[in-house]
Design a protein around this ligand. Sequence first.
Ligand code: ADP
Ligand code: MG
Length: 584
Amino acid sequence: MSVRLLPDYLVNQIAAGEVVENGASVVKETVENALDAGADQIIIDVVDGGRTLINIVDNGGGMSRDDLEKCIQRHATSKLPDDNLLNINFMGFRGEALPSIASVSDMTIDTCNGADSNGWHLDCNTGDVRPSDWQSGTRIRVQNLFAKTPARLKFLRGDRAETMSILDVVKRLALARTDVGFVLNNKWRFPKNQDLMERIVAVMGEDVRGRMLPVDTESGSASGMKLSGYISDPTLRRASSVDQFLFVNGRPVKDKVLVGALRAAYMDVMHAREFPLCALYLNLPNEMVDVNVSPTKTEVHFLEPNHVRAFIIKSLREVLAKTMVPNAPVANDGKMYFRESFGSNTNAHINRSVSAVFQPRPVNSGFFTENKNPDFDNSVSVHAVPRTDTNVDDIFENRPLGRVVGQIANKYILAATADSLVVVDQHAAHERITYEKMRKHEIKSQPLLTPIVVQMRAEDVVAILSVADEMRASGLAVDAFGDDAIAIFEKPADWDMNWANVLHDIADEVRAYGHSAQLNEKLHLKLANHACHHSVRAGQKLNFEQMDALLRDIERTEHGGECNHGRPVYKFIPLTEIDTWFER
Ligand code: ADP
Ligand code: MG
């Protein structure tokens, strides 16, 4: 066999293997091109998760006829004016994206740069350019993705999962450029010139409002690093890294050094299986970082990774430390409490909440086991409460959440420690306990006389069966019931949910996350969310024994400080705070 140069179309398809993994990578590359062309409004439409159509319209500078002809040639770029790979100021620079995408799809480009009286249309399959009535900016239409390379088509996931990956790409770019407007499928809208905090809320959800802490630090002149953006207060967390957005010199990245530094900064205040939220922008001189590491440009090489890491950890710890009150009590394990400092805090707009970090003790009794009846009407508790106990120090020593004082509005439990008043959200507390028990496989299940049968599509049945073991560990025993139904044979005794919803939800998660480490977490979260409708509701009257049992259970529960939705479970009002009310 003699050596030969591969034909262009093959070279491009090989390159596409690296650059174009799915619809999301097409959207990433084309939107980055639009940004590089100076667009401030980008409209993205995708059909069937990008498989059938990806349409990107931008109002950027457009291309001349000449540039249009060149842009789909390999390594054709307008973005390396000084040929210096260490001084990159555009999102793109490799000149690979358009030829790669064109080689695995049916692509057309319409563009107009304003200099010509008309626009131009390029059919990338034939290479033909003809005049068009396109008025300004550029439209890229990518149809039939991977139809030319069927082997790759097989790797695309379900439409919903693919659309979610595309949304993720758009969110990352939307946070990179708050000055630019983005619209995806007319459904997800990020208006241009949005304030950073508003865009964070638009990207991450309403629940983050008022709970993100501002970051703004500089390393000093030597290394010239600057870190800005927002990180979540420790009570706000997710079960996966979905809401971690990291940027290096304006470029969205998924970099191990940065992710590791973020985790290290939260080490003392968050469990390793939970993830803080952030939109963090690291800026450093171009010569300190190499962005030309991976074809997709999401990884970077730092010249001095240890400096970067140390700078980030120090910066974030300083921000997190401000959420701690200096005289906070220390739990038995020596960990610090977080607590609200009502009114007196400098960052009054940040609604900081309490998150105590208790090490769990072995669970041998408690609210859950003692109170089988979900209505708690005639439950008998083994927790005798010495309510007249006078040795407050002793109480505090053993009970970080203190002794019960009473209930307000059938909604909150009031308790007192040696130096604080504690307010506990009874519903959130029970929800947290359920979730943790599920995670630790402490939910007991009960066989059903008649199985519950849920009709599902064949692929959903397959998805559910693939996590049957994990579901059993959470108290649910399921099996296939023909090709298109799932039967539930065992379930936790007092869980009566809409099982069709639960199973479809889980099937979606499996398909979106595959068998990743996050899946288990997702599964528990889904179940806990459904189960939470069976938790102690707000509006339920509790007696002292029930309230005490709930407090003691929460103390034993890992992450007892927040419910599954990240809302706080309890707050401390320090005595010193109360003293100021009465001018003492
Ligand atoms: P790169 O972005 O690395 O230069 P691409 O293959 O993504 O490589 O694009 C090739 C060239 O096509 C770009 O350098 C740019 O000149 C031109 N181009 C691509 N998309 C657009 C667009 N939306 N508007 C204007 N010019 C574009
Ligand atoms: Mg590009």
